[in-house]
Design a protein around this ligand. Structure first.
Ligand code: CP
Length: 310
């Protein structure tokens, strides 16, 4: 079995079969990662460049680890320490790297559509590691893997995405994926942080009431307030935001039900999520990070052209 696509630019263009194949392949790699020797020779002779034009902790380390666990040759590129800082264009940078015989490019960029632009211009397989406010496909895949692992299934699952939906590529990729896999999705946050036409455009329900949303959902994926992407004041203060939309232990306890708490990181502690929840047993935040390596191994393996036996 193979993916229907040469690149992973977003979840929007993946089929349900693509998503299922990535998740089942990730399960096999997760088993590899439990062994004493956590390395397989699957991508020997494959060279991968990690091209990061925007800051990252989790995604960058996770991709590098996934590549090394698959025995690929890895090159790391940080825009601020490169000739991009001297004005070199993205295409020139990538063509120079490719002339050194690189097979795959993992790219994070602050401009929405940057990986799509590259995919139109160069022959290597491109993996989007987050582009502006557009998509973050491997985050949605690892979130789905973690929900499935924790609750058994995606189909019929009630998932709330809570927080800054407006500026969140994680929200957009999660919505595409969860809807394709048969989950129900509610987006919740202040009206200023939820796009006006999201219900009609993406087939989700909208709620401005945190308590009602938590009372409805099985899983709450809490999203970061992205102050760096906001060029106007969209709520009165971080303290006010926390009072209205922050999730703390008292609120969860008052609901008298078990909700799985997720967050893609980095967390603004005391803003969208209080520490008494982030560090609680209900939280699977660190399991998400752990699963990210297996999921990225699956994506790299499948896009390298290796097929999985049926
Ligand atoms: N979740 C996520 O993309 O985190 P980083 O920005 O640290 O990669």
């Amino acid at each position: 079995m193979q993916l229907s696509t040469k690149h992973l630019l977003g979840i929007k263009n993946l089929t349900q079969e693509d998503i299922s194949l990535i998740l089942s392949t990730a399960q096999q790699f997760k088993e590899v990662l439990q062994r004493p020797v956590k390395k397989v020779p699957s991508l020997r002779e494959v060279t991968i460049v990690n091209l990061f034009y925007e800051n990252s902790t989790r995604t960058r380390i996770s991709f590098e680890l996934a590549e090394k666990r698959l025995s690929a040759d890895v090159i790391n590129f940080t825009a601020s320490a490169s000739s991009a800082a001297k004005g070199e264009t993205l295409l020139d940078t990538v063509n120079n790297i490719l002339s050194m015989k690189v097979d795959m490019v993992v790219m994070r960029h602050s401009a929405s559509g940057a990986p799509h632009f590259l995919a139109d211009h160069i022959p290597a397989a491109i993996i989007n590691a987050g582009d502006g406010i557009n998509e973050h496909p491997t985050q949605a895949l690892l979130d789905a893997f973690s929900i499935q692992e924790k609750t058994g299934t995606l189909a019929g699952r009630k998932v709330a995405l809570i927080g800054d939906i407006m500026h969140s590529r994680v929200a957009q990729s999660n919505i595409y994926l969860l809807k394709k896999m048969g989950a129900s999705v509610v987006v919740c946050g202040p009206p200023t942080l939820i796009p006006k036409h999201i219900a009609a455009a993406l087939g989700v329900e909208v709620s401005y009431n945190l308590r009602e949303t938590l009372a409805w959902c099985d899983v709450a994926n809490v999203l970061r307030i992205q102050l760096e992407r906001q060029n106007q004041v969209l709520f009165s203060s971080l303290r006010e935001y926390n009072l209205a939309y922050g999730i703390g232990k008292n609120l969860l306890d008052s609901l008298n039900k078990e909700i799985v708490i997720m967050h893609p990181g980095p967390i603004n502690r005391g803003v969208e999520l209080n520490s008494d929840v982030a560090d609680s047993k209900q939280s699977i935040i660190l399991q998400q990070v752990e699963n990210g390596v297996a999921v990225r191994m699956a994506v790299l393996y499948l896009l390298s052209g290796r097929s999985v036996a049926e």
